[in-house]
Design a protein around this ligand. Structure first.
Ligand SMILES: [Zn+2]
Length: 144
């Protein structure tokens, strides 16, 4: 209760893309996702605690695929009520019109628009998997 240094919360630090070790330093080189060529450029070390952030295996491609699938599923949450409310013929089934194609097209559009943030999030997931809070830099060197 009476700790002088308050530990920053995990989820806000994760979604604001802070260092997993101190949860204060920003992980990426640019605050903005633009320019897109440097979207996933990570700082070599955290400027607050010195935690090593950049590693050879730091590619979030598999995690990016998983996040893309999550976005596709989340798109169902807004697409289904929209589809049901705009359905012209109440006796028509979902496979008798182009609703699946519209769902896929809109989901692909959303995923493409969100891609820079999804790529950053997938890198963040890997960083938070490998680096725990308060970890020193030599502790993570063996994971590289
Ligand atoms: Zn840090």
């Amino acid at each position: 209760m009476s700790t002088t240094t308050k530990k920053p919360l995990l989820l806000p630090a994760f979604f604001t893309m802070k260092c997993p070790s101190c949860r204060k330093g920003f992980v990426f080189q640019n605050r903005s996702v633009f320019p897109l060529g440097k979207t996933v450029a990570i700082k070599e070390k955290c400027e607050v605690c010195g935690q090593k952030l950049l590693s050879e295996k730091n590619n979030g491609a598999g995690m990016n695929y998983a996040l893309t699938m999550v976005v596709f599923l989340l798109n169902l949450l807004w697409y289904c009520p929209l589809y049901i409310s705009f359905k012209k013929n109440p006796n028509e089934n979902w496979y008798e019109n182009n609703s699946v194609e519209w769902y896929l097209a809109s989901s692909i559009f959303v995923v493409i628009v969100l891609q820079p943030w999804l790529m950053r999030m997938s890198r963040m997931v890997y960083l938070y998997l490998y680096v725990s809070f308060g970890a020193s830099s030599e502790a993570t060197d063996k994971n590289v």
